[in-house]
Design a protein around this ligand. Structure first.
Ligand code: ZN
Length: 186
C-alpha cells in the first residue's frame, strides 16, 4: 500500500488508522477498475486485486480482451517474499528467484493460463500454433513486458509492468523510499 502511494505513514508493522485508510483506497481503486472494465471470473478477480493498481489497469485490460477470445484466467498475482522463498526451495527447481527477486513479489507481474473444458492447457506454447499469440499481441499493445520475450527463460504466460531491476524494486518496496509511480517516472 505504501508502494502504491496509498499509505502515508512509516512502515512500522502496525495496523492503525492510516493502514485502514490505505486499505480502503486500495479497494476503491480496484473496484473502480472492475466497474470500468467489467467483472472477470473469480480466480482472475482475486489475483487482480493483489496487484499494484498501476499494473492491475493494464493486466485487467488484457484479461478483458483475452476472455473475449477464450477461457483465459489469471492464475497468479502477487507472491509474498515467504511464498517465493518456499517456491525457491522446491525440487525439481521451479524458480531461480528468492524472496525479493521476482517481479511477482512487488505486485507488478501476473501469470495467465488457458482453460479448455475447465482444464488448464499448457501446449503448444511456441511457434506458429502457439496458444500464447493473443497474450503476446495484447501485452505488446498495452505496453506490458511479455515473458515470451525474455532471454533467460521463455515464460509465455507471464506479463509484467516495466523492467526495473529487482534490487531497486526491493529497496523501494521494503523501505518505502519511493512509490511504483515514482520509480516508473525516474
Ligand atoms: Zn510469472
Amino acid at each position: 500500500m505504501k508502494f502504491a502511494g496509498f499509505y502515508r505513514g512509516d512502515l512500522d508493522g502496525l495496523a492503525g488508522p492510516l493502514t485502514r485508510e490505505a486499505a480502503a483506497q486500495w479497494s476503491m481503486s480496484h473496484r473502480q477498475l472492475r466497474d470500468r472494465y467489467g467483472m472477470l471470473d473469480k480466480r482472475s478477480e482475486d489475483n487482480l486485486w493483489t496487484l499494484q493498481p498501476l499494473a492491475a489497469l493494464k493486466v485487467r485490460q488484457m484479461m478483458t480482451a483475452l476472455r473475449g477470445l477464450a477461457d483465459w484466467k489469471l492464475i497468479c498475482g502477487i507472491r509474498t517474499y515467504a511464498e517465493q522463498d518456499s517456491l525457491y526451495k522446491k525440487r525439481p527447481r521451479v524458480t531461480r528467484a528468492k524472496g525479493g527477486q521476482s517481479m511477482h513479489n512487488f505486485g507488478i507481474a501476473a501469470d495467465v493460463c488457458l482453460f479448455v473444458d475447465g482444464k488448464d492447457v499448457w501446449t503448444p506454447s511456441e511457434g506458429a500454433d502457439s496458444i500464447y499469440k493473443p497474450v503476446a499481441a495484447l501485452a505488446h499493445k498495452l505496453g506490458l513486458v511479455w515473458g515470451g520475450d525474455f532471454k533467460s527463460i521463455y515464460d509465455p504466460g507471464h506479463v509484467q509492468l516495466g523492467e526495473l531491476p529487482t534490487a531497486i524494486l526491493h529497496h523501494a518496496y521494503t523501505t518505502g523510499s519511493a512509490t511504483l509511480a515514482q520509480l516508473l517516472q525516474s
